[in-house]
Design a binder for this molecule. Sequence first.
Ligand SMILES: Cc1cc2nc3c(=O)[nH]c(=O)nc-3n(C[C@H](O)[C@H](O)[C@H](O)COP(=O)(O)OP(=O)(O)OC[C@H]3O[C@@H](n4cnc5c(N)ncnc54)[C@H](O)[C@@H]3O)c2cc1C
Ligand code: SF4
Length: 515
Amino acid sequence: MSVTATPGEGEVRVFADYDGDFVEEADVVVVGSGPTGAVVTHELARAGRKVVLLEEGPPFTPDDFVLEGAASMARTMREGGLRATRGYVMPTMQPIALGGGSLVNSAICPRAPAKVLDDWCTRFDLSRTHLADLDPHYDAVADFLGIAPTPDDVQGPRNLRFRDGCKELGYSSEPIPRNVRGCRGSGECFTGCRNRAKQSMDVSYIPAAIALGARVLTSVRVVKVETNGRRAEAVVGRVVEPFTGKLGARFRVNARMVVLAAGCVATPVILHKSGNLANRSGQVGENLQFHPGVAITGVFPERTHPQFGATQGYQSLQFIEQGFKLETLWAPPAVLAVRTPGFGYELKKRLAEVPYSATWDAITSCHNSLGKVVPRRRSMDPVLKYHLHDDDVKIMQHAFWVLAEIFFAAGARKIQTGIHGLAEEMNSLQEAEAIRKTKMRATDIVTGGNHVFCTTRMHGDPTKGVVDEDGQCHDLENLYIADTGIFPRCSAVNPMFTGMALAHRQAGVIEDRLP
Ligand SMILES: Cc1cc2nc3c(=O)[nH]c(=O)nc-3n(C[C@H](O)[C@H](O)[C@H](O)COP(=O)(O)OP(=O)(O)OC[C@H]3O[C@@H](n4cnc5c(N)ncnc54)[C@H](O)[C@@H]3O)c2cc1C
Ligand code: SF4
């Protein structure tokens, strides 16, 4: 798809377009333009419905993308990319941009494993969320976005060495399926794809929805859902200047159906600020889960040119049942350097080794580690509380060890783990044995958590969850939640594709229920 949702085309309203307070009317108003909101918007526009999509962030064009990590995060992420949990301190990034997380993510699109979805159904009184139920929805999204395994010619040495290391050890691995078209392997997914190959929502579902008649308003922050009895009637909010956060005009969108897709962290804040809406279960903002990620950097004898190659091109699902998924990784060096040891001369020497390095990570299923989203006073930003459980630290310890094994099997000459209390560099698998033998604590490990779940979880029992299997709030007739907050547990694999499949199903339900 060549069309993009840019302000220049006059179809996406931007900050400069608002000259006073305004009111819009819609069949359906969707709050949040990330992967889930974009799918709902597109599917309902395709059904001929009048849809208004509201997004707090601005649209970005390739000219806006900067390769420097901190500068990019300051513009595309909430709280300038400095958001972190309290309790156990872990950085977590939530986007603020047209397209939501799809603008900055690595386009990784696996289906959730059948066992994970079976487990959701068993534990949370669900009956229609098995893999076979979601497959038609996954298929529809995959067709639309061109999701396919990453071809070898854009992998680059950093990804292929991971494949070789896994092969050497007899571990399974495969090219990562991604929502890209014509990827050139430029490794820039995190700061925005300047090639427009990544099928982020602003170049795929959103322009297609606009072509079908959807209206897309950016720089608008929803602060409240207005209700009448058991019905949502409208959303209200303020125009917000990009990057400064300065508040502008007021707006209201009246709609027959309201869909919140503001993300797992923002949606509970909107509900709390709407008078503790949809919270008879007491579960809004509770049960917060992440896939905390741990990573190791390895240095090889030969150049790996890590800046080239698909940002994340290879994965291994070998250890899913042990609680982790392995992936290759690239991001601007300043972002990855969090586990690079040393100061001054030592640091300089190690940064000179970056062209010989690769970083591989594990995302972990931390079911025992829970948190909550608490609204701040006079702010739509949250306080995120989180506790990392000792049993989940053991999963990470296992993942670190397996990553070390793969690095040395792939020919690395040393690794850097960033684990507190262990040698800064390990030069052999024998030296890496310390990873297995140490008593590791949560505070010893550098983690990051960008996959967020469960704060408005789906549950068949209205006393235990916020939404039902279709994403409809138990407490209201016409309020739906689409974002990854509705996952009842973490998904074990990257969540975007599953979020979009659920959103695709939800759009069909809403269409059936609209008069
Ligand atoms: C750096 C990074 C890399 C990642 N890589 C991958 C990957 O490769 N594969 C994968 O599956 N997942 C990945 N993820 C996670 C994935 O991007 C998210 O799971 C996904 O974007 C969630 O989609 P969503 O629609 O639920 O919410 P989001 O994408 O978070 O979108 C929510 C949108 O709502 C807007 N919004 C919030 N509050 C308001 C408000 N009050 N009013 C109006 N608008 C509002 C936000 O600005 C945002 O644009 C990554 C995440 C990050 C940060
Ligand atoms: S690797 Fe480069 S070309 Fe491929 S999707 Fe990512 S940013 Fe775009």
